[in-house]
Design a protein around this ligand. Structure first.
Ligand SMILES: *Cc1c(COP(=O)(O)O)cnc(C)c1O
Length: 353
């Protein structure tokens, strides 16, 4: 079975062994206030910094999902309002959710082919956060590191918060270009769903301490206080933490992974550009995502491609939201082998040439 679904996505094949190791080592029932847990967490945080290039002074936390991170940011860092810049379903969902918690939140949609026009973004007074979806998984666009730099330079006071759910651990993110980054492990980390990663700048933690919101079990100040001792506020997903540590131990540095994905993305984009039966959903190469490729065609054709692929054991990702019927999505995630993409290309060439 080949699985190109962009989340939950194919897990690393090594996960099978890591699961057995977790059981055999007795990790599945260790107390989360005990020494073994603290040691594992300390190792994990160090490995994350090393492999993903997370700055020494940034803080790393673990949550139950990316969605939970949306909630934490609204509750712990948004006394007034956040601005949401979005061009697809995940960015919009984040906006809608934040607005339910903080009614003054406001949004600015931008076009699928558009590079964010930073100088002309209307930022209102008392904006606590500017929220950007780095890779919009629903349509396969991204916001570049260069655009983040422009945002950072133009708007000094609000914290810059980035949903990197389907790029963290795949793309070489420049963490210093934003204050807050978060992701879920079922995308580029190649792990089973059910855990989120939250990375915060020193300024973010200062801000959270100043606001000192302690009303929620997952208030950022609690996460921070516990993490000072490599612990968590609640009993965490120890199995997934263990799996994450194993994956981090055995994977190359992010720079190397990024280079491999860039090459593979280029190959995929070139391949689909040359086909006449279908087009790439995103025409502007500047905003095309590294990790999610969206392919567009007539509704009938897309449905048939997915059906025939399934009979050959190939799972293509369904389109999403407004593009549900006329696109399919292909994950370009590190856990998927190069040879799988060769099978995919052969399948498409044989059927549609
Ligand atoms: C998958 C995804 C989410 C949601 O992740 P959960 O783990 O379900 O909370 C949020 N944002 C983006 C961009 C995603 O791709």
């Amino acid at each position: 079975m080949l699985n190109f679904y962009p989340g939950p996505s194919q897990v690393y094949p090594e996960v099978r062994d890591y699961l057995t190791m977790a059981y055999d080592e007795g990790m599945l029932s260790i107390p989360h206030r005990g020494e073994r847990f603290v040691q594992m967490m300390r190792d994990l945080v160090g490995l994350m910094r090393n492999r993903l290039n997370i700055p020494q002074d940034y803080y790393i936390f673990f949550t139950s999902s990316a969605t939970e991170c949306w909630e934490i940011l609204a509750q712990s860092l948004t006394p007034h309002k956040s601005l949401h810049l979005y061009n697809g379903a995940f960015g919009e969902k984040w906006y809608q959710y934040a607005k339910r918690l903080r009614p003054d939140c406001y949004g600015q949609a931008f076009g699928l082919e558009e590079v964010l026009d930073v100088p002309n973004i209307p930022v209102e007074e008392d904006t606590d956060l500017i929220c950007v979806t780095q890779t919009e998984t629903s349509n396969g666009t991204h916001v570049s590191m260069n655009t983040l730099l422009k945002l950072q330079n133009q708007f000094k006071d609000p914290l810059l918060a980035v949903d990197a759910t389907s790029s963290m651990a795949g793309a070489n993110l420049k963490f210093i270009r934003a204050d807050i980054w978060f992701a879920s492990v079922q995308k580029c980390f190649g792990l089973p769903a059910g855990m989120g990663v939250l990375v915060c700048s020193p300024r973010t933690i200062q801000r959270a301490k100043g606001l000192n919101d302690r009303r929620y079990y997952n208030s950022l100040v609690f996460l921070h206080e516990k993490m000072l001792n490599y612990q968590t506020a609640y009993t965490p997903n120890v199995l997934n933490l263990y799996l994450l540590k194993k994956v981090m131990e055995h994977r190359p540095l992010i720079k190397t992974i990024d280079q491999q994905l860039v090459q593979r993305a280029q190959d995929l984009y070139t391949f689909f550009e040359e086909l006449t039966e279908m087009q790439l959903l995103v025409e502007n190469p500047e905003v095309r995502s590294l990790t999610v490729v969206s392919v567009k065609g007539p509704d009938r054709w897309i449905a048939e491609a997915k059906r025939i692929a399934a009979t050959q054991g190939i799972t293509l990702g369904n389109g999403y939201g407004p593009w549900a019927k006329n696109t399919f999505r292909i994950a370009n995630f590190p856990a998927i082998a190069d040879s799988d993409y060769e099978v995919l290309r052969n399948f498409i060439s044989n059927h549609y040439h």
